[in-house]
Ligand binder design. Structure first.
Ligand code: HEM
Length: 475
C-alpha cells in the first residue's frame, strides 16, 4: 500500500511540483492530488472502491473523489498524505480555467444545498413495485398461455424487465437511493445478481472505471487504464487511432486481415453485437462471482487483493437467478429443450439490445481522448456524453421511462450519486452553466442519436480504409 505519511518521498519542505506528481502514474507508483494536497496510494489495491483509484494516478482527483464518495471518506486520506503542491505549479492553468473549476465546484455545493442529492423513497418504491409487476406479467404469460406468440412476447417483455432491472441496480449501486452504502449494495445484489444474473463486483469495477474516465482510450493496445466501455477492439473502434492500435501487436506492425475486415464493416456489425451483449455480461459476471477469472487485468488484481465483498450473496444471487430463469424458460417444465432454449435466447438478445442501445447513445460517437490528452473533469464528462430527448414520435415520458435516468447521461456523469428523479431539475442548471462557459452540451433523440453512432462508426471505417490502402490491399 502507499507510502502515505512518508515525507521523504516528497522534496525537503514537503512541497511537491506538478511535474513530480505526473511521474507517479502507475498502480505500483501512484500519487494523487486532492485540493492541492498530494497523497501516495501506490499499490493500494484494498481501496474500498477498487482499482478505479489508479485511473487518476499522477493526476488531480479532487472532482472525481467528490463524485464517488460519501461525506467522511476524506478522513481516510490522511494516512496517505505526503505533501502539498507547490503554489502556482497547478498544471499551468489559466485564470479562466481556475475560475471555471471553481464555478463547477460551486454548482455542486449549490445542488447539495438545494437538496438534490436526497432521494425520494416513494419514487423508488414505485419503481421497484412496477418493475416486479413487469416480471410477474412475463411469467404469467408463460404459465397461463399455450400460444407461441404470447410466449415470444413474454420473452421480449422479460428482456425489457432485465433492462429496467439494470437501471434500478445502477441507481442502488451509485448510492442514489440509500445513504448507507451497504443497503445500496444489497439493492444492487437483488436487482443485479438475483434478477439479472450479473455480479455486483464485476459491474462496479467496470462501471466505476467507465465513470472515472469516459471515452478515454487505453494508453497501449493491451493496457487497461482507459474506459472499459470503449475497450471494444478488435470488434469496434471509436477513433482512427484506436482502429490502428492493434498494429503494435503484429510482428510486421501492420493491420491483420481480421482487424481490417471487422473494422471495415463495423457499422453493419453494431446491431448484431448489441444482441449478443448480455451473453458476454453473464459470462463475465459468473466468472467473477465464482472465482473463474476476471474480465480485466485490474479486476483480477482487485479480486486478488480484496476477494469478493459479498461472496455468499453474490454466488447465491446468481444461482437463484439461473434457477428461476430455468423454471420460466422451460415453461414450468412443459417446453421441449429447443423451445426453452429459444425462449432464453430471445429474452437474452432483447435485454442486450435494449440495454446496449441506451449505453451506446450515452457515449458512442462523442469525443474520445488519448490518455495523455485528458481534459479537466467537467469537460471530459460533458464532451464525451450525449443526453437523449423525446422526438421522432417518442414522447419524453416514454424516453424517461425507457432510459431509466440515462436520458440525462451528461448530468448523471457529473453527479453519479444524484437520484434519478432529480436529474431533470439538475439538467437545467448544468445546461446553463455549460452555455455560460462555452462547453458543448449535446442532446439527440433516440433515432438521431443512433444514426449519429452509426455514422461515427462508418467514418472511422472510412478513415481506416483510406489509411490501410496506403499499405496495399490484403483482402
Ligand atoms: C486517497 C484517496 C482515496 C481514499 C482514501 C478513498 C477512500 C474510499 C473509501 C473509504 C470508500 C468507501 C466509502 C465510500 O464509498 O465513500 C471508497 C469508495 C469508493 N472510491 Fe475511493 N478513495 C480514494 C480515491 C478514489 C479515487 C481517485 C477514485 C476514482 C477515480 C475512487 C473511487 C471510489 C469508488 C467508485 C468508491 C465506491 C465503491 C462502492 O460503491 O462500493 N476513490 N473510497
Amino acid at each position: 500500500m502507499g507510502k502515505g505519511g512518508d515525507a521523504s518521498a516528497a522534496n525537503k519542505a514537503n512541497k511537491i511540483s506538478w511535474s513530480q506528481v505526473k511521474e507517479h502514474c502507475t498502480p505500483d507508483d501512484a500519487w494523487v492530488v486532492y485540493q492541492n494536497k498530494v497523497y501516495d496510494v501506490s499499490n493500494w489495491h484494498e481501496h474500498p472502491g477498487g482499482a478505479v483509484i489508479f485511473t487518476h494516478a499522477g493526476d488531480d482527483m479532487t472532482d472525481i473523489f467528490a463524485a464517488f464518495h460519501a461525506p467522511g471518506s476524506q478522513n481516510l486520506m490522511q494516512k496517505f498524505y505526503i505533501g502539498d503542491l507547490i503554489p502556482g505549479s497547478n498544471q499551468n492553468k489559466t485564470e479562466h480555467q481556475i475560475a471555471f473549476e471553481k464555478g463547477y465546484r460551486d454548482l455542486r455545493s449549490k445542488l447539495i444545498l438545494m437538496g438534490m442529492f436526497k432521494s425520494n423513497g416513494w419514487f423508488y418504491v414505485y419503481k421497484c413495485v412496477s418493475n416486479m409487476m413487469l416480471w410477474a406479467t412475463a411469467v404469467a404469460m408463460v404459465y397461463y398461455s399455450e400460444s407461441v406468440a404470447v410466449h415470444m412476447a413474454s420473452a421480449v417483455l422479460l428482456g425489457l424487465f432485465f433492462q429496467q432491472c439494470g437501471w434500478l441496480a445502477h441507481d442502488f449501486l451509485h448510492h442514489q437511493v440509500f445513504r448507507q452504502r451497504k443497503y445500496g449494495d444489497l439493492g444492487g445484489i437483488y436487482w443485479g445478481n438475483l434478477m439479472q444474473g450479473y455480479s455486483v463486483q464485476w459491474w462496479k469495477n467496470k462501471h466505476n472505471g467507465h465513470h472515472a474516465v469516459p471515452n478515454l482510450h487505453n494508453s497501449t493496445a493491451l493496457s487497461q487504464d482507459g474506459d472499459p466501455d470503449i475497450d471494444t477492439m478488435p470488434l469496434l473502434a471509436w477513433s482512427l487511432k484506436q482502429a490502428q492500435s492493434y498494429r503494435e501487436l503484429q510482428a510486421d506492425g501492420k493491420d491483420s486481415a481480421s482487424v481490417k475486415f471487422l473494422i471495415r464493416y463495423q457499422a453493419y456489425f453494431y446491431f448484431p453485437i448489441l444482441l449478443l451483449a448480455r451473453l458476454s455480461w453473464l459470462n463475465e459476471s459468473f466468472k467473477t462471482a465464482f472465482g473463474l477469472g476476471a474480465a480485466s487485468e485490474n479486476a483480477a488484481l482487485e479480486l486478488k487483493a480484496k476477494g469478493l465483498q459479498y461472496p455468499i450473496l453474490e454466488k447465491a444471487g446468481i444461482l437463484l437467478h439461473y434457477a428461476w430463469m430455468f423454471v420460466v424458460s422451460s415453461g414450468f417444465g412443459r417446453f421441449p429443450v429447443w423451445y426453452a432454449t429459444t425462449y432464453f435466447l430471445v429474452a437474452t438478445a432483447s435485454c442486450g439490445f435494449l440495454l446496449a442501445i441506451v449505453f451506446g447513445l450515452g457515449h458512442n460517437g462523442m469525443a474520445t481522448y488519448d490518455a495523455d490528452a485528458r481534459p479537466d473533469f467537467w469537460k471530459l464528462q460533458v464532451t464525451t456524453t450525449r443526453n437523449i430527448t423525446g422526438g421522432h414520435g417518442f414522447p419524453q415520458a416514454f424516453v424517461d421511462w425507457f432510459c431509466g435516468g440515462l436520458q440525462y447521461q451528461v448530468d448523471h456523469h457529473l453527479f453519479p450519486s444524484l437520484p434519478r428523479h432529480n436529474l431533470a431539475k439538475t439538467h437545467a442548471l448544468v445546461r446553463s452553466f455549460c452555455k455560460e462557459w462555452n462547453v458543448h452540451y449535446h442532446e439527440a433523440d433516440l433515432v438521431d442519436g443512433t444514426i449519429e453512432v452509426l455514422q461515427h462508426l462508418s467514418k472511422v471505417s472510412n478513415d481506416f480504409l483510406l489509411d490501410f490502402v496506403k499499405d496495399g490491399p490484403t483482402m
